[in-house]
Design a protein. Structure first.
Length: 365
C-alpha cells in the first residue's frame, strides 16, 4: 500500500488539466398525455391527448415560521399576528387530467451511446494510455452487464415519474428499441413488480433489455435508441406533476410573477430531460453508508454522491468520492468491483473532470 501511495503521489502531476467525457445516456424531454386506463388495457394507445399547463390564482394563508425578534414584545406580537391574518394570494401553474381521463402517459426516448473508452477532451497522453488499459480490463471482465441491468430496471420501474408514481394504482411501462437493425425488441413491464430500493432478481425481459444496453456501452454496437411509454392510473381529474421551472433573481420578485411555473414543451406539459436522466442514473448502492439506518436506497450517480433535496453528500472528498477512486482505477488498477462500477457510471453520466492549476496548487500546499 505504501508503494501505491508513493506511486499516486508521483502521478499527481500527471493528471490531465483538461479531461471531459460526454454523457452516454441521453434522454429526451418527457411529454405528458392523458388517456383512459381501459384503452391502455386494450392496447388502444393512440387515443390520448397532450396535457396543457393551466395558471390559476389561489388565496392561501400564511404558514412561515415567525422569527423570535418579531414577537419579543406585546406591540411586535400584535403586528406579527395581524400580518398572519393577511391572505397569501399567489398565481401558480397546475396540470390536471380531464374529468373522464384517469391515466397519465409519459413518453420519452433514450439514446445509449458507445465511446466511453475515448474522452471527448484529454491533454495528457500518458494518462489516456493508462485509462484505456483500465477501461479494457473493466469491459473484458464485467462487460457493463451490472450497470446495464440497473439502468434497465430504472426504465421498468418508472422511477422517472417521480411524484406521479405516488398513489398510482397501476403503472405499465412499454419499452421498444427503435434501431432498424434490431428486431423483436419490445417489452411491457409492470412497474410495481420492480423495487425502487434494490436491483435484485431481474426478469428475463429485463435481462434482454439490459443486454442491448450493455452492447452499446461496451462498444459492440454504436448506439441504441429506446422509446419509453409509461402509463400511470392516477384517477379521473387528478392533478399530475410536470417539472417545475427554477426562476432566478429579479424575475422571481417581480410583481404579479407566478410563485410556481411548470415546464412546457411548446404548449404542452413536460418533464425535463435532466430529471429523467437523474432518475435513470439513481443506481449507486455502493456508497460507504449504504446498508446503515436510513441508507437503504440508491442515490444518483454523482462525483461526491450529492443529494441536493436533503443537503447531503454521501461520498466525501478522499473518502469514496469519484476523484480518489478514479486515480486508483487508472494508475493502480486495484479497485474492488463495486468501486469500478461506480467509476464507470460517473463516466457514463459525463462531465468535466480535469484538474485546474489552482486545484493542483491547493493539493500541493
Amino acid at each position: 500500500m505504501a508503494n501505491n501511495a508513493a506511486k499516486r503521489a508521483k502521478q499527481d502531476n500527471k493528471r490531465p488539466s483538461v479531461l471531459a467525457f460526454e454523457k452516454k445516456l441521453v434522454p429526451s424531454d418527457g411529454f405528458l398525455y392523458e388517456m383512459k386506463w381501459d384503452n391502455v388495457a386494450e392496447k388502444r394507445f393512440s387515443e390520448s391527448d397532450a396535457l396543457k399547463i393551466l395558471p390559476k390564482t389561489v388565496r392561501g394563508t400564511a404558514s412561515h415560521r415567525v422569527k423570535d425578534s418579531e414577537i419579543n414584545s406585546t406591540e411586535s406580537r400584535l403586528k406579527a399576528t395581524m400580518k398572519l391574518t393577511d391572505a397569501n394570494i399567489q398565481t401558480v401553474d397546475a396540470c390536471y387530467l380531464s374529468s373522464d381521463r384517469d391515466t397519465l402517459n409519459v413518453r420519452f426516448t433514450l439514446k445509449v451511446l458507445s465511446g466511453i473508452d475515448k474522452p471527448s477532451a484529454c491533454n495528457n497522453e500518458h494518462f489516456l494510455e493508462e485509462y484505456k488499459k483500465a477501461f479494457e480490463a473493466y469491459r473484458n471482465t464485467y462487460k457493463f452487464s451490472e450497470l446495464a441491468k440497473r439502468y434497465a430496471i430504472n426504465i421498468a420501474n418508472a422511477r422517472y415519474l417521480w411524484r406521479n408514481r405516488v398513489g398510482a394504482e397501476h403503472i405499465r411501462v412499454d419499452v421498444k428499441i427503435l434501431n432498424d437493425n434490431i428486431a423483436n425488441a419490445a417489452w411491457p413491464f409492470d412497474a410495481h413488480k420492480f423495487s425502487l430500493n434494490n436491483f435484485d432478481n431481474p426478469s428475463d425481459e429485463i435481462e434482454k433489455l439490459a443486454n442491448h444496453i450493455a452492447k452499446a456501452l461496451s462498444g459492440d454496437i454504436p448506439f441504441i435508441l429506446i422509446e419509453v411509454n409509461a402509463y400511470a392510473k392516477v384517477g379521473c381529474a387528478q392533478e399530475v406533476y410536470p417539472s417545475e421551472e427554477f426562476i432566478q433573481g429579479e424575475n422571481k420578485k417581480r410583481k404579479g410573477a407566478k410563485s410556481k411555473t411548470l415546464y412546457q414543451v411548446g404548449e404542452f406539459a413536460g418533464i425535463h430531460s435532466q430529471k429523467i436522466g437523474n432518475a435513470l442514473r439513481t443506481i449507486d448502492t455502493w456508497y460507504p453508508e449504504f446498508g446503515e439506518p436510513y441508507c437503504d436506497h440508491p442515490i444518483p450517480v454523482e462525483v461526491y454522491g450529492t443529494v441536493t433535496n436533503i443537503g447531503k453528500i454521501y461520498r466525501e472528498p478522499k473518502h469514496g468520492d469519484f476523484y480518489s477512486l478514479f486515480d486508483r482505477f487508472v494508475w493502480d488498477k486495484d479497485l474492488p468491483e463495486n468501486d469500478q462500477h461506480y467509476v464507470m457510471a460517473v463516466l457514463i453520466r459525463g462531465g468535466v473532470f480535469g484538474e485546474s492549476d489552482s486545484k493542483k496548487a491547493e493539493g500541493e500546499s
